[in-house]
Design a protein around this ligand. Structure first.
Ligand SMILES: Cc1cc2nc3c(=O)[nH]c(=O)nc-3n(C[C@H](O)[C@H](O)[C@H](O)COP(=O)(O)O)c2cc1C
Length: 338
């Protein structure tokens, strides 16, 4: 690489990476900036010992951050290649293609949407786009038919009940939920979503240990559209690759105007996760997503750039004010789910 990545561009691209999703919004990542590379590392201090003892979800989040980082670099005119699961090596400059610009424009608009989704069907073209977005060697996305959906919902319900009854789970959830929305990590009350009025979907209740938080009530859909992401390898490298695919799926959904919500309780209880192994190819389940049309959801908080960037002693601090430009969402999708 002949040219050095300017600090402002590096800061903007790392900010884009920070908007990636993470379990309980732990933001379990660190970024080490080198002259020709950016390493995205896991931050074990932010591990979730109860729901994620092996660090699977943490690696998935790192993968999602890597995806955002590379897209933001590409949109800024910098090619990159992966030289390891979290190692992004910069290449020569190149004008970004239209596909990159469309996906990158969704980075600042993607949200986890915990509201009710409407009965409007998700179009076949959007579903095809989601499947294609996930496509990578050893990764695949499956749209569940009604029979498998019922099975996944039953497993999720059972896992959710098990977790709610576990004091260690409640304690961990309490540590990562925030009644007043003053923290820069964790899940703030404004993003909990409404309480369900009728037979609820087994959505994770982020208000479980904060019963005093006021929430509106709403009727949720009975038959959600669910997709499951599987990977061939159930290793840290496989999890990071699944996280990259997950983020491409979430951004593609955003471009198509679709709301998304991870529903991962069944993946966090090993006895239940076993039942979600792909029956055809025996690949491992890494993510379950609810997908649909919904009212926009509020954004969750993110930590300050300076707390996540590791630099060499003597390096100048990155500019504080450079935000990843939220800009307009490029693409034909209807505006919902953000
Ligand atoms: C591995 C993983 C598991 C998650 N599990 C759930 C879940 O079960 N329920 C849920 O509502 N959100 C879940 N989320 C979404 C996070 O809570 C969310 O990304 C985080 O709070 C930040 O909010 P944002 O996605 O709107 O930026 C999960 C995210 C990841 C990456």
């Amino acid at each position: 690489m002949d040219e050095r990545l300017p600090d402002r561009t590096a800061a903007a691209c790392v900010r884009a990476a920070l908007t990636a999703p993470s379990a309980h919004n732990t933001q379990p990542w660190l970024f080490r900036l080198g002259t020709d590379r950016i390493d995205v590392l896991t931050d074990p201090r932010r591990a979730l010992a109860v729901i994620d003892p092996d660090g699977r979800a943490m690696h998935l989040s790192v993968g999602a951050a890597v995806c955002n980082l590379r897209l933001a670099l590409a949109a800024a005119g910098w090619t990159s290649r992966l030289a390891g699961p979290g190692r992004v090596v910069l290449g020569p400059r190149r004008e970004p293609g239209a596909g990159v610009l469309v996906l990158a424009s969704a980075i600042g608009h993607r949200r986890t949407n915990r509201g009710p989704y409407s009965a409007a069907p998700v179009g076949a073209d959007a579903l095809t786009a989601l499947r294609l977005a996930a496509q990578a060697p050893d990764i695949r996305l499956t749209v569940l038919d009604p029979v498998r959906r019922s099975a996944v919902l039953a497993l999720t319900q059972a896992a959710d009940e098990r977790q709610r009854a576990d004091p260690a789970y409640r304690c961990e959830l309490a540590r990562w939920t925030d009644a007043d929305g003053t923290r820069r990590d964790g899940v703030p009350a404004r993003t909990f979503g409404p309480r369900a009025t009728t037979a609820p979907l087994p959505l994770r209740d982020f208000g479980l240990t904060l019963p005093a938080v006021e929430r509106t009530a709403a009727r949720f859909e009975r038959h959600p559209l669910l997709v499951v992401l599987h990977s061939r390898r159930d290793t840290p490298g496989g999890w990071v690759a699944a996280g990259r695919a997950l983020q491409r799926v979430l951004l593609t959904a955003t471009v198509h105007g679709l709301a998304t919500q991870p529903m991962t309780q069944a993946l966090e209880v090993p006895e239940f996760r076993r039942y979600l192994i792909d029956p055809d190819v025996r690949w491992c389940p890494q993510m379950i997503l609810r997908v649909g049309h919904a009212q926009p959801a509020p954004a969750g908080p993110r930590r300050d750039l300076r707390t996540v960037v590791l630099r060499e002693p003597g390096d100048r601090p990155l500019p504080r004010t450079t935000a990843f430009p939220r800009g307009a969402l490029v693409g034909a999708g209807r505006r919902s789910g953000r």
